[in-house]
Design a protein around this ligand. Structure first.
Ligand SMILES: C[S@@+](CC[C@H](N)C(=O)[O-])C[C@H]1O[C@@H](n2cnc3c(N)ncnc32)[C@H](O)[C@@H]1O
Length: 335
C-alpha cells in the first residue's frame, strides 16, 4: 500500500489507557490519538508513514494502518482499492471481544459480512496484507484497516480463535493456553500429540488440561492443589515443589514446550525461568507475564529484552483477550 497518515490498534476490554501509554512511549510525538471507541483506537501521524511502519505494542492484539470507514461491502472494496492494497485475507471481527471469547451467533454475523465483502473485494493468496474489518454496534459504520502478515501477528481474525471458555474446565487458564496455541499455530490437530510440556505454575490445571486434551505429556510444577482430573491423568506428572527447588535430573533432557504462569513479579519469574529454558531447550515458549501495576507496564520493554537475552529465537508479547492483568509472551526456537 502507499503512504498513510492513520494507524489503529484494538485492545482488551478496559485496557485502552495502557495501550495509549504504550503507543506514546514507543512513538513519542509522531502519533496523536484521533478516535477512540471501547477496544479500538486510531492515531494520526505527524508525517506520512511508510508501508513498513509497525505500530506494534503488547497491548494491541491487532494493529495496522487505518484505511477508513464503510457501511457496505461495496464501500469496503472501494476503501481497499483507494488505498492500493492487495490482501491475502479478510479478517472480519467484532469490536467488542469479551474475555471468555465470542459467541457463535456473533461469528455467524461476521461470516455473513465476510461473504458479502469477498464477492466484491478480490483476495490474492500470495499478498502480505490482511484486511481487518471491525464491526461495532448496530448502525455504527464499519472500521476498515490492514496489517501485514508476520510471526508477531495472530493468525485469527481479531487475534481470537473461535473457542469460548467451556464450563467445567479446571481454570480459565484453559482459554489462555488455547489462545496462545492458536497464536503459535499449534492448534491444528496432532501437532502436539506425544510431545512433552513442562509447566511452571500448574495449579489448578486449566492450561495442563488443554495440553493433555491435545495429547501432550505434561510435567506440572506447583505447590498448590491440582484439579483431580489433571492430577490423576496418565499423561500428567506432578512435581509439588516450588520452581526454584526442582531437581533438574528429574526432568527430561529436552521438552517441546515450556509454559510458565506463576503469580510472581515478571523479573522474578524470568529469573526462575531462565535455567529451565537454557537446560531444556524448548521448541516453544509460552510465558504469562503478570501486569500488576503501572510500574511493570513501564518496565515492559526491558522485561522483553531480558527474555530475549536467553531465548534462542524471536520473542513477542501480546495481551490476548483471555488474559486479565497479564500478557502472553511467546518464542519459537530459531534452529
Ligand atoms: C495463575 S496460577 C497458575 C494457573 C495454572 N497455569 C492453571 O492452568 O490453572 C499461578 C500459580 O503459580 C504458582 N506459583 C507461584 N510461585 C510459584 C513457585 N515459585 N513455584 C511453583 N509454583 C508457583 C501458584 O501456586 C499458583 O498455583
Amino acid at each position: 500500500m502507499g503512504k498513510s497518515d492513520f494507524v489503529f490498534a484494538t485492545c482488551r476490554a478496559g485496557w485502552e489507557s495502557s495501550l495509549k501509554r504504550e503507543v506514546a512511549a514507543r512513538h513519542g510525538r509522531l502519533l496523536t490519538p484521533a478516535f477512540m471507541r471501547p477496544q479500538l483506537i486510531t492515531w494520526k501521524s505527524q508525517t506520512p508513514l511508510s508501508a513498513e511502519f509497525e505500530l506494534g505494542g503488547a497491548f494491541a492484539p491487532v494493529s495496522g494502518f487505518s484505511i477508513g470507514m464503510a457501511r457496505s461491502a461495496e464501500e469496503v472494496a472501494l476503501r481497499v482499492s483507494e488505498a492500493g492494497i492487495q490482501a491475502a485475507d479478510l479478517h472480519v471481527f467484532p469490536r467488542i471481544i469479551a474475555e471468555d471469547g465470542v459467541t457463535p451467533e456473533v461469528w455467524l454475523r461476521m461470516d455473513k459480512i465476510k461473504a458479502a465483502v469477498e464477492q466484491v473485494c478480490p483476495l490474492l493468496p500470495e499478498a502480505v496484507n490482511v484486511i481487518d474489518l471491525i464491526i461495532g454496534e448496530e448502525g455504527e459504520p464499519w472500521f476498515v484497516g490492514t496489517h501485514r502478515r508476520s510471526p508477531a501477528a495472530h493468525p485469527n481474525a481479531g487475534s481470537v480463535p473461535r473457542i469460548m471458555l467451556p464450563s467445567g474446565v479446571p481454570s480459565r487458564a484453559w482459554l489462555k493456553m488455547e489462545q496462545s496455541l492458536a497464536w503459535l499455530g499449534l492448534d491444528s490437530s496432532e501437532v502436539l500429540a506425544g510431545q512433552t510440556a513442562l509447566e511452571l505454575g500448574s495449579a489448578p490445571g486449566g492450561a495442563a488440561w488443554a495440553l493433555l486434551q491435545r495429547g501432550m505429556k505434561v510435567i506440572g510444577v506447583d505447590t498448590g492443589a491440582m484439579d483431580d482430573r489433571v492430577l490423576t491423568h496418565p499423561r500428567y506428572d506432578h512435581i509439588g515443589l516450588s520452581a526454584g527447588e526442582v531437581p533438574f535430573d528429574y526432568l527430561p533432557e529436552r521438552v517441546y514446550l515450556l509454559a510458565m504462569d506463576m503469580n510472581l513479579a515478571p523479573d522474578v519469574a524470568l529469573r526462575l525461568m531462565e535455567p529451565f529454558y537454557v537446560r531444556l531447550q524448548p521448541q516453544w515458549l509460552i510465558l504469562t507475564m503478570k501486569m500488576n501495576d503501572l510500574r511493570v507496564e513501564a518496565q515492559l520493554p526491558s522485561l522483553i529484552e531480558r527474555a530475549r537475552s536467553f531465548t534462542n529465537g524471536p520473542v513477542f508479547a501480546k495481551q490476548l483477550h483471555a488474559n486479565r492483568r497479564e500478557l502472553t509472551v511467546i518464542s519459537q526456537r530459531a534452529e
